[in-house]
Design a protein. Sequence first.
Length: 78
Amino acid sequence: MTEYKWYEIYQAALLETDWSKMEGRIQAVEAAFNERKNEFALNHGGTPEENRAIENALRGLNVLRTEVATWQRSKRAG
């Protein structure tokens, strides 16, 4: 797989073990995606491969968001 500029930031979010840092990691990934989308406007939308990789990463990020929300609820309840 080609290494994309945003991928390292995405991997850092997936591998983060400190739940208190997770929201910041997710925001960093979203910022990297937005930056890349702005670049797409200049290069006709990027490659199909990168677009698929971003779609897959967004699905993974949604799972991560759900896990963070569950952790936050359990922390408030405890």
